[in-house]
Design a protein around this ligand. Structure first.
Ligand SMILES: Cc1cc2nc3c(=O)[nH]c(=O)nc-3n(C[C@H](O)[C@H](O)[C@H](O)COP(=O)(O)O)c2cc1C
Length: 418
């Protein structure tokens, strides 16, 4: 009976034009019964077999069928980003061929081209179709790419013939889903604290000093870490981004508020990833009312330094891994290494700011990851979503290579490495 094996897991169920499409209803209910949050995407052919309304009512989500229906949020891009796993069940010979060849003429095949998340296929088709060399080749291609393609079952087919082509039974599909989900939760049990966005330091009741950070990098990391099973807390300065599903989101405004929010959560964290562009200065005096233009006689705004949050937390670390971000305009590696050593970090992600390709408020980023072991990994320009995943790969590799050192041995490490 129902349990919570898939609690917190988001599944995208792709239903295609097979006579077995009705079985996807039972599968949807079973996945939900295990705690999964399931959204359904149907091909046009699938809607000839079963009405989207059935899935809509049961899944409690709208069913997407049309790539051109939501111009604003482009469902072929937004849907796969928010899920942990895509399950195609039943999957036709046509959709298998499209996926293998990279064809994209409907919503489902297009989102299969954009996704980074694991895909599991439960095929259903006539026995003669399954035995076709071209289908065998497509299945082989997909498996070689890491897609899990289940074997269809042997039995009586819709044509009345006997052969291999029946949709694998529900239990087999659900077990494969659970295995896939477990395999992608490499960060299960890890508590990751992430800071994101800019801070705002008020000058008066309406004006403030801030910077151009959009928060996108930190949010992408929080989403990616959550997908890998981590327990994530995101402390964010003011951004236009929506809170993330499954992530504890804490909103702050000033550097001081960010410092307090991080301080109070640092002890319980295993990893701190500091992507926030925290203001280094704040006005020494804040006016409670708006300063009128006519009242300003040219007095300068005096500034004072804010707390260096990363340095302060680094000094308090017990077991935490610390990852800093360095926003630099020049000498990226040298400046990154200096920050790594000065603040005794485990990793620094250096990104370029300023100029046309600035990391600030950009959809893409080009970074260099430096570790305290001296590893330097330059990464090509890619979406912040991909950069986030590559950074987590580096983090996991780093953790395997070296469990966190206590602070004393870190001091030793840094003095030796100079
Ligand atoms: C009654 C009927 C049953 C079908 N069953 C299957 C099937 O089980 N598997 C399959 O690959 N194609 C099946 N087809 C053919 C697909 O519906 C057809 O290839 C369609 O183009 C698939 O489109 P889709 O992959 O975009 O859903 C069936 C067609 C009909 C009319």
């Amino acid at each position: 009976m129902a349990d919570s094996k898939l609690q917190g897991t988001r599944v995208l169920l792709g239903v295609t034009g097979s006579i077995a499409a009705y079985k996807a209803v039972g599968l949807l209910r079973t996945l939900m019964g295990h705690g999964a949050d399931v959204s359904v995407v149907m091909t046009d052919s699938a809607t000839r077999f079963i009405a989207p309304l059935t899935f809509e009512v049961l899944s409690k989500h709208p069913v997407a069928t049309d790539i051109f229906s939501g111009h604003q949020d482009m469902p072929h891009l937004s849907l796969p980003e928010s899920v942990d796993l895509i399950v195609l069940a039943p999957c036709t010979a046509n959709t298998i061929a499209q996926f293998a060849l990279g064809l994209a003429d409907n919503l489902l095949s297009t989102l299969l081209l954009t996704t980074q998340c694991p895909v599991l296929i439960a095929p259903a088709m006539d026995g003669d179709m399954w035995e076709q060399p071209v289908i065998k080749q497509h299945v082989q291609t997909l498996r070689a790419r890491g897609v899990v393609v289940l074997e269809p079952e042997v039995g009586e087919l819709a044509s009345g013939k006997f052969g291999r082509g029946r949709l694998p039974n529900e239990e087999t599909i659900v077990e494969a889903v659970c295995e896939q989900v477990a395999a992608t939760k490499e960060l299960a049990g890890r508590r990751i604290l992430i800071s994101a966005g800019p801070t705002r330091e008020p000058i008066d009741a309406v004006r403030f000093i801030s910077n151009g950070s959009s928060g996108k990098m930190g949010y992408a990391l929080a989403r990616a870490a959550h997908k890998r099973g981590a327990e994530v807390t995101l402390v964010s300065g003011p951004t236009s981004l929506h809170p993330l599903w499954g992530v504890e989101c804490v909103s702050v405004q000033t550097a001081e508020e960010m410092s307090q929010a991080l301080q109070s959560r640092f002890g319980a964290a295993d990893v701190l990833i500091m992507t926030a562009a925290v203001g280094d200065f704040r006005p020494l005096h804040r006016r409670e009312e708006k300063l009128k233009k006519r009242d300003w006689q040219g007095e300068p705004i005096e500034l004072e330094r804010t707390t260096d949050i990363l340095a302060a937390l680094s000094a308090q670390r017990t077991h935490q891994l610390l990852i800093g971000f360095a926003a630099e305009t020049n000498d990226l590696i040298e400046n990154g290494r200096e920050k790594l050593e000065k603040k005794r970090l485990d990793m620094v992600v250096v990104n370029q700011v300023g100029g046309r390709d600035s990391a600030f408020d950009n959809e893409t980023n080009e970074v260099i990851v430096l570790t305290r072991h001296g590893k330097v990994t330059p990464m090509p320009r890619m979406s912040k979503h991909l950069v986030a995943n590559r950074i987590l790969d580096e983090l996991q590799e780093f953790q395997l290579a070296s469990p966190a050192l206590p602070p004393q041995s870190l001091s030793k490490h840094y003095s030796e490495s100079k």
